[in-house]
Ligand binder design. Structure first.
Ligand code: ADP
Ligand code: MG
Length: 217
């Protein structure tokens, strides 16, 4: 329901926004005073910002169907580490990988799961102060717990952990981080964990958060 409302609202915003931007661009082309063209540039820049936000909201609320293929979780995590090598290096973050090499493949939607774990990894990197820190990635086969499938048969489960030595999350905020648009970052959108939680549930998985303020997550 929320998704449908969000998508409807987003469309209602995008159309008039396009009109505002187009009109401002037209005026900017004809404007001769530097003061008014400065104002028009602000209008154009800010409409772009709202447009980006609405696009994110749309891609968040769009109903999708999963396309499941067998995946190697270790390879997926490694590809994300490579993708984030820049920020990891800049912040002098030590990465420790403890992957179970005998992990069986899991059925998952590659694009969705990449986005999910990228969101976790990015949050971990962003949580670490510039002085440096540590991110620990582990993967393992869970032996003491099995998920009951809809068919009634129990299936094996794989667990991945992303631990960081960053700023941590207060007890109060821990109850809010999965809520869409909850963010403590100046340029954050607050959609990363909300998306991740939903995608994981759609995969029949579960997600758990443990964090301690000033110690890590
Ligand atoms: P965003 O990163 O855009 O703020 P997210 O949904 O990814 O949105 O995260 C929501 C909020 O949860 C963040 O703003 C931050 O306060 C908190 N958070 C998430 N992951 C971590 C982490 N690893 N360490 C500290 N805080 C975190
Ligand atoms: Mg995030």
């Amino acid at each position: 329901m929320m998704g449908t409302i969000a998508a409807g609202l987003a469309h209602e915003i995008k159309n008039p926004l396009g009109g505002i931007k187009g009109a401002a661009q037209l005026l900017a082309r004809e404007s001769s005073s530097s003061e008014s063209s400065e104002c028009l540039q602000i209008i154009i820049k800010e409409t772009d910002r709202v447009d980006r936000l609405v696009s994110r909201l749309l891609s968040f609320s769009r109903p999708r169907s999963l396309s499941l293929t067998p995946l190697n979780l270790n390879e997926l995590l490694d590809s994300l580490l490579l993708l984030q090598a820049g920020p990891i290096g800049e912040k002098k973050i030590r990465v420790i990988r403890k992957f179970d090499p005998s992990l069986p493949p899991v059925l998952g939607d590659a694009d969705e799961l990449k986005q999910v774990f990228l969101n976790f990894l990015k949050n971990a990197i962003e949580a670490i102060p510039n002085g440096g820190g540590e991110i620990r990635l582990t993967s393992r086969l869970v032996t003491d717990f099995k998920i009951k499938e809809a068919s009634g048969k129990a299936s094996r489960m794989i667990a991945a952990e992303i631990l960081d030595s960053g700023v941590g999350i207060s007890k109060e905020d821990q109850t809010k981080v999965f809520t869409p648009f909850f963010t403590t970052k100046e340029s954050g959108y607050g959609l990363g964990l909300a998306f991740a939680q939903r995608a994981i549930h759609e995969h029949g998985g579960s997600i758990r958060l443990t964090s301690e303020k000033s110690h890590g997550t």
